[in-house]
Write a new protein. Structure first.
Length: 496
C-alpha cells in the first residue's frame, strides 16, 4: 500500500501524519517541552527496593521516580568478572540480591510515564542505529523477524563476520533491522562503528556525571521519521519548513541515503495538513463517536484499564436482510477500528463489541478482515482466537507512549474526568442538607449560598418552597449569590 508522510513543523511542535490511500492512518506529535523519554539512557539512583513486588523505584531526575521490575534486570555473572550480563535462561535472582538503596545504576527508559505511573526502566541498554540495534551488554547476533526466514541465516552469518572483524571496537551484540536487509558491508560497518562510539560516550559520561543525569537521548521525531517510518511503500516525505528540510537532508545523507530522494519541501500556500483535512481528523479522533460510511457508527471509550469499542448499525438499513445489514456493518467496523487504534494510538487491553452475527461464515469473514487490517499496524497487537462467549473480540496493543487524547487533552475541571456532572436539582438538595448540618453545629446570623447561576435560578423558582421551609425550620435567613465562574457542582456556604 502506497504511503505519504506529511510533516508540519513549528518551533513549539512537530506533527507527522502517515497517509495511506488518501486517508490519515497515524499521527505522531512531539513538543520540545513534552518530548518522550523512550530510548533515553540515565545514570539512576536506587531510591527504594520493594521485595514484595520484586521491583524498585529509581530516581532518574524526573518529577516521579521510575519503575524497575526484576524481569527487566539482567543478572551479572557469578565469576566476579564484571560488568557482563548473564543469559536470560538463568534462574532469576530476587531483586533485593541484585540492587540496593543508594546504588548508582545505568538504566534505559522502555515506557514513557503514563497517567500517574512513572517511566518503566530496563538495565539492558539497546541503542538503535540506522540499520542495526546495538546490545552492548550482550554477545548475540540476530536478524529482524520481519525479514523472510529463508534469508535470515545468510544475513546473520554476514553480520557475524562484520561484528567479529570489528571485535577490537568493544564487542557487544547486534540485531539487523528490517531496513538493513539490502545494505552493503560498508554501510553495516559504518553503523557498527557509530553505535560502538555512542556506547563508549555513554560509558564515559556514566563515570563523570552524578546520578540522575541523562547520558544519551534518542533521536528527535523528525530524525525518527527517516529511521523508523520510511519504507519501500513510502512515496514522498513532505515538510513545510525550509530550515528543517535542510537539516533532515543532511541527516538523511549521512544515515539514510535511500530516503533522501523522497524528501520534498512543501511550498504551497495552504497549510500542509489541509491537503488531507488532517486537523479535522484529529478533532474527530478526540470524540467518542466515529461515523461509518454505511450509516453505522462506533462508540469508543478510553479508561485507565482498557478501551471499549461498541459497534452500532445506526441508520444503515440498505442491505437485503437483517443478517446482511449486520455483516456489512461489522465488516466496515473492523476496518474502522483498526484505523482508530493507530490514529488514536490506543494501547493496553481493547474490547470490541461487534453486533451479534448468527452465521459462522460471517463471523470468520469479519475476524479475517480485522486481522488483515491489524497486520498493517507497526505496533505489536495480539488478538484472542475469535469471538468470546459474550460475542466480544479481545485484544491487546502494545502501549509505549501516551494516546492522542492524553497528549492533547486534560480532565475537565467541572466533571474532573467523569464525563458527567450532577444535575442542578441534585446540587440544590446537597446544599439544603449541608445547611442543615451547619445549623446543628454553628449559630450564625445568616447563611449565604454561593453557587452557579443554574442552581441559584432553581432555588429562586421551583425549589423556593423547600428553601423557605428550611429557613423557617432552622430559624435563620438564607440568602443566595450567583457566581458565573463556578461549575454546576460547585458551591460554598458562608456563615455570616
Amino acid at each position: 500500500m502506497q504511503q505519504d508522510i506529511l510533516i508540519n513543523w513549528s518551533p513549539q511542535e512537530t506533527r507527522v501524519a502517515i497517509v495511506e490511500s488518501g486517508a490519515v492512518q497515524e499521527l505522531h506529535m512531539e513538543r520540545p517541552l513534552e518530548r518522550g523519554l523512550v530510548g533515553n539512557v540515565y545514570l539512576g539512583k536506587v531510591a527504594r527496593v520493594l521485595p514484595g513486588m520484586q521491583s524498585a523505584f529509581i530516581d532518574i531526575g524526573l518529577e516521579r521516580a521510575a519503575f524497575l521490575h526484576v524481569a527487566d534486570v539482567w543478572q551479572r555473572q557469578e565469576n566476579g568478572e564484571a560488568p557482563m550480563f548473564a543469559r536470560k535462561d538463568l534462574p532469576v535472582k530476587p531483586i533485593e540480591k541484585q540492587i540496593f538503596e543508594g546504588q548508582a545504576i545505568l538504566v534505559q527508559v522502555i515506557k514513557d510515564p503514563i497517567g500517574t505511573k512513572g517511566a518503566r526502566l530496563s538495565t539492558q541498554v539497546s541503542i538503535a542505529g540506522r540499520l542495526l540495534v546495538f546490545l552492548p551488554q550482550d554477545d548475540h547476533v540476530g536478524v529482524s523477524q520481519k525479514i523472510p526466514p529463508a534469508e535470515r541465516e545468510a544475513l546473520r552469518a554476514r553480520l557475524q563476520g562484520l561484528v567479529g572483524e570489528k571485535a577490537t571496537g568493544g564487542g557487544g551484540g547486534f540485531i539487523l533491522r528490517t531496513n538493513g536487509e539490502d545494505s552493503s558491508d560498508q554501510e553495516l560497518s559504518d553503523d557498527i562503528a557509530y553505535l560502538r562510539k555512542t556506547w563508549a560516550r555513554i560509558k564515559q559520561s556514566s563515570v563523570q556525571l552524578p546520578p540522575g543525569s541523562l547520558l544519551h537521548q534518542d533521536l528527535n521525531l523528525l530524525q525518527r521519521v527517516l529511521r523508523d517510518l520510511v519504507g519501500e511503500q513510502t512515496q514522498t516525505i513532505r515538510i513545510d519548513s525550509r530550515e528543517q528540510f535542510a537539516l533532515l537532508q543532511a541527516f538523511g545523507r549521512e544515515f539514510m541515503p535511500a530516503a533522501v530522494p523522497k524528501l520534498q519541501l512543501y511550498k504551497g500556500e495552504r497549510p500542509i495538513f489541509d491537503l488531507y483535512s488532517i486537523d479535522e481528523e484529529i478533532a474527530k479522533a478526540l470524540g467518542r463517536r466515529v461515523d461509518l460510511k454505511s450509516g453505522g457508527y462506533l462508540i469508543i471509550d478510553q479508561t485507565e484499564a482498557l478501551t471499549t469499542i461498541d459497534v452500532n448499525t445506526g441508520g444503515f438499513v440498505g442491505a437485503r436482510n437483517f443478517d446482511d445489514t449486520i455483516f456489512k456493518t461489522n465488516l466496515e467496523a473492523a476496518q474502522a477500528i483498526a484505523r482508530q487504534l493507530r490514529l488514536r494510538n490506543l494501547g493496553g487491553i481493547v474490547i470490541a463489541d461487534f453486533i451479534d452475527m448468527v452465521r459462522e461464515e460471517h463471523q470468520q469473514s469479519v475476524l479475517t478482515e480485522f486481522r488483515k487490517q491489524l497486520g498493517r499496524d507497526r505496533v505489536k497487537t495480539m488478538m484472542s482466537g475469535g469471538f468470546s462467549q459474550l460475542g466480544l473480540v479481545e485484544m491487546t496493543r502494545k502501549r509505549t507512549r501516551e494516546s492522542l487524547a492524553h497528549m492533547l487533552c486534560e480532565p475537565c475541571p467541572l466533571c474532573t474526568g467523569k464525563g458527567i456532572v450532577k444535575t442542578a436539582r441534585s446540587v440544590c438538595y446537597d446544599v439544603l442538607r449541608e445547611i442543615l448540618r451547619e445549623a446543628r453545629q454553628f449559630n450564625p446570623r445568616e447563611f449565604r449560598v454561593i453557587a452557579s447561576p443554574q442552581v441559584v435560578d432553581l432555588f429562586l423558582d421551583e425549589e423556593s418552597p423547600h428553601l423557605a421551609s428550611l429557613s423557617d425550620f432552622i430559624g435563620k435567613p438564607i440568602s443566595l449569590q450567583a457566581e458565573n465562574a463556578m461549575g454546576q457542582e460547585q458551591y460554598d456556604i458562608v456563615l455570616l
